[in-house]
Design a protein around this ligand. Sequence first.
Ligand code: HPA
Length: 241
Amino acid sequence: MLAIIGGSGLAQLPVLEVTHRQVVRTPYGDPSCALTYGKLAGQNVVFIARHGYGHSLAPHEINYRANLWALHNQGVKGVIAIGTVGGIRPDMAPGRLVVPHDIIDYSWGRKHTYFEGPERPVVHAEFTSPYDHALRQRLLDAIKATGISGVRDGVYACTQGPRLESAAEILKLERDGADIVGMTGMPEAALARELALPYAHLCLVSNWAAGKGRQTQVEFDPAVAAKSVEALMRTLEACFA
Ligand code: HPA
């Protein structure tokens, strides 16, 4: 069984045939919300809304450790994380789907490891390639099968938020090598790695990053948003078919 973590605007998965919900507690506190079980294209899936059902949790308030631990505890074999991002690279236009291949983490002050405290060993998780190769390939194949214009690679910059970036900050991220920017990709990917859970990110570009386009606000153009969410759903269906 695979897990799906839904991001902004995806507190529910329209393509999921829900069978039941389960409240889970963890040694790290409560996850963002109850886990939703169901079938997607006939396959068992467990879903969690990263920001909670009512989108009540800001990126820095999310208990990433509890969310990943809860999913791991259900015995999932991998995690497909969905998130919206701002586009930095010229081909990362609003509406695009991107499957990033690498990460730069600019977030701070988040509980970002399971390996801390007196009872825990010091472990340095290997993170050269943050995303799972096979799971990324599955997403890329699904995008291809649906004929949607996706982008095969990209470096994901994770900022702290909840505010958006300044134009100068985006230029700095660009000089650093970042192609897209979001606020929730870390420590999620690293915690998945610590749990040895294959993890891949399916990103939806919702806006041009600050200074990169005329529209700077994070509000998604409703017409583009509707089309993109539809593309995302078709991609997920193809991924599980
Ligand atoms: N910056 C950071 N996070 C985001 C953005 C952005 O422009 N758009 C969606 N998530």
